[in-house]
Design a binder for this molecule. Structure first.
Ligand SMILES: [Zn+2]
Length: 416
């Protein structure tokens, strides 16, 4: 193994200590952080390569807890005119008309944009199955959630095919420290009860697959499960007329009735919730992924952050896809969140893109913080004489990062 790397930076926001470390260092050996401290405390006898980032604020690499790299090229191309189901239909049509090579181009552009803006771990909901070979080689730490969606199809045949495809992919490319497979049922209404149940059961057999599922996103979804009416009911009646969905419930309670909540790691969106739903999410330790840019695009009901936190539900951030957002930068998502929730301290907002998603992915002990023993996922932003680093300065950062390292490998270094 090569000599350790000693990284120096003006400020380090470790997310492990209560305040940033001034004139600090991080010692990296292989994939891990060996030591963190003040420059004055570096042992004289230390033999290490040196990387002096000078006027930089160093922080843990950002974790995008929800994204669809497939749709990077759809930016501005799927208009939203106030009916969520019409937008989903527009997405379905565009997806059908996209060639595999175009998906690959889209994924590659999304990876580049993510890395440039400080993302070091990315959770990708994969519709086309074109993203994972690129993500494996991308230098990003990746979780790929192949998406399940069976509207208009025979559930049993669909599930059989999906399972065989996933089993083969996992056999050929087993998970590593930087690449993991997951399971991504699309929504409680775009999947049949049979497939949702079968997918939940499949997780009982000791398969270690993290899960991600869009739920409670729109008013239309709430109305569909409350009354069996509205735009979602109209479309489902046409495309899957034999399907039976419950009424007088909520998307969260429906999922719970199918055994999903104890198995759900990332509940994406959850804009539409009642108090009982919040208690169920807390009881089952579901982490909620909020996507501020996408939330703004659809003008969803205001996100119930305070209610969720009061009940002890963890919340983290995602970008969703560029079909409903204008950037894959988590700095922008943090800024949008902070603007909508000004009472939340800046450090808590940064934790939503570092500490919280790491915990939700079961990697809280090795990811999301700069501390000895953690994987070396680090990013830097220029301070340019703006005084000491702080969480507030992270939120005000615009543009690309100046430094990025994933699993001990430098991925990006810009000199200004
Ligand atoms: Zn999404």
């Amino acid at each position: 193994m090569s000599r350790p790397l000693l990284i120096l930076a003006k400020s380090i926001l470790t997310m492990d200590r209560p305040t940033p470390l001034e004139d600090g260092f991080v010692l990296v050996s292989g994939h891990r952080i060996l030591q963190v401290g003040k420059r004055a405390d570096i042992r004289r006898s230390l033999s290490a390569r040196l990387l002096d980032l000078k006027d930089t604020l160093l922080l843990p690499g950002l974790i995008n807890a929800h994204c669809h790299l497939d749709f990077t090229s759809y930016k501005g191309r799927v208009p939203y005119r106030g009916r969520f189901m019409d937008w989903l239909k527009g997405m379905g049509m565009r997806t059908k008309g996209t060639a595999p090579a175009d998906f690959r181009r889209s994924v590659a552009n999304g990876i580049r944009e993510s890395l440039a803006h400080g993302t070091t771990t990315l959770c990708d909901s994969a519709t086309s199955w074109e993203s994972w070979p690129l993500l494996r080689r991308s230098g990003l730490r990746a979780f790929v959630f192949p998406e399940l969606l069976d509207i208009g199809q025979d559930p049993a045949a669909y599930w059989k095919l999906f399972q065989a495809r996933l089993r083969e992919a996992v056999r050929q490319f087993p998970p590593t420290e930087t690449f993991r497979w997951g399971l991504g049922p699309h929504t409680p209404f775009t999947l049949s009860r049979e497939v949702l149940k079968a997918a939940a059961r499949s997780l009982d057999s000791g398969r270690d697959l993290p899960t991600s599922l869009h739920v409670g996103e729109s008013r239309d979804e709430g109305r569909f499960f409350a009354k069996g009416a509205g735009p979602i009911a109209e479309v489902l009646k046409r495309l899957s007329p034999d399907r039976k969905y419950p009424v007088g419930t909520t998307p969260v309670r429906y999922l719970n009735s199918l055994g999903w909540l104890p198995k759900l790691d990332l509940g994406v969106h959850l804009n539409v919730l009642d108090e009982k739903d919040v208690r169920l999410l807390a009881k089952n330790r579901v982490t909620v992924v909020h996507c501020p840019g996408s939330h703004k695009f659809f003008k969803h009901p205001s996100f119930p952050y305070r209610r969720l936190r009061r009940a002890g539900v963890d919340v983290c951030l995602g970008t969703d896809s560029l079909a409903s957002n204008s950037s894959l930068s988590l700095f922008r998502e943090m800024r949008l969140f902070a603007a909508a929730h000004p009472q939340v301290p800046a450090r808590e907002v940064v934790a939503m893109a570092t500490v919280k998603p790491a915990k939700a992915l079961g990697l809280g002990s090795v990811l999301g913080r700069i501390r000895p023993g953690s994987w070396a996922d680090l990013i830097g932003i220029p301070l340019r004489g703006r005084g000491p680093g702080s969480a507030e300065k992270v939120l005000s950062h615009r543009g690309p990062v100046s430094f990025s390292m994933v699993h001990g490998e430098p991925r990006l270094r810009l000199t200004s």
